[in-house]
Design a protein around this ligand. Structure first.
Ligand SMILES: CC(=O)[C@@H](O)[C@H](O)COP(=O)(O)O
Ligand SMILES: NCC(=O)COP(=O)(O)O
Length: 245
């Protein structure tokens, strides 16, 4: 069984297209948790296209009485801005991604080159120093796991965008095998194994069959699109169930 962390980015994206505060991010955070989500994820990008820095304290305050158990996961590139948000809000988990400031979306993982380690190392130390779990967003590549292990990170989030794309084409088996090999190597190294990006109710079952020990899936885009058709509460409950196999 994998935990569901609902990513609220796309609720915030819709909210930002008006100055009315509708849809209310606080309400959708409550709805997600009441529907059975094990946590919430936000990615406060530098351009604040969706999640704003000012959203994070509100969500941290909302979730604090529900801790432990319910987890707050903050994602982003470890620049001074993100690390200030992390220090101020002390989430249970921080997922570091190598995104450029204007990235269209997150579309690659850390390679942990010496230059990248110069960036991730201090951030990992700062996250762990305040009791947080430091997760590195990686591509499905077993070869990177040894570098993750020596980085001091607590775990990985395997980037599932290529898997989702291959799944749409019906050519996902080799990609899924690479994910499974990466996850197995990470587990052997004692790392937490998470996954995320473009996961949906169709591509989750094969992923869970291949990685039954997955700890958490953070899901936002496809879940929000499904919720437009089927309702947010019912959709979150369906994703919780899909991850329980
Ligand atoms: C890291 C990842 O794959 C997602 O969590 C990311 O937050 C997606 O960002 P957008 O919602 O801005 O596309
Ligand atoms: N880390 C992945 C995430 O939080 C949500 O990604 P997506 O489901 O919006 O693609």
């Amino acid at each position: 069984m994998a935990h569901l962390s609902v990513n609220l980015n796309k609720i915030a994206l819709l909210r930002n297209s008006r100055h009315t505060g509708v849809p209310d991010l606080r309400r959708f955070a409550h709805l997600a948790l009441e529907a059975g989500a094990h946590g919430l994820t936000v990615h406060p990008r530098p351009d604040e296209r969706h999640i704003r820095g000012s959203d994070v304290p509100m969500l941290a305050d909302l979730m604090r009485p529900l801790r432990p158990g319910i987890e707050f996961n903050i994602e982003g590139y470890p620049d001074a801005r993100l690390m200030h948000i992390v220090r101020a809000n002390r989430p249970e988990q921080v997922t570091l991604v190598p995104d450029a400031p204007g990235a269209f979306t997150s579309d690659e993982g850390w390679k942990l080159t010496p230059a990248q380690v110069q960036v991730t190392g201090p951030a990992i130390q700062a996250i762990k120093a305040q009791g947080g779990r430091a997760i590195l967003f990686i591509d499905a590549d077993p070869a990177v796991i040894d570098r993750v292990r020596t980085s001091g990170a607590d775990g990985v989030e395997i980037y599932t965008g290529p898997y989702a794309e291959a799944f749409r084409a019906g050519t996902h088996q080799p990609v899924l095998e690479r994910i499974a090999a990466t996850a197995a190597r990470a587990r052997e190294a004692g790392l937490v194994v998470n996954a995320g990006h473009d996961l949906n109710l169709h591509n989750i079952p094969p992923l869970m069959a291949a990685v039954p020990f997955l700890a958490e899936a953070s899901i936002g885009h496809e879940l929000t699109a499904d919720a437009l058709e089927n309702g947010f509460t019912a959709t979150v409950a369906a994703y919780v169930k899909a991850l329980q196999v």
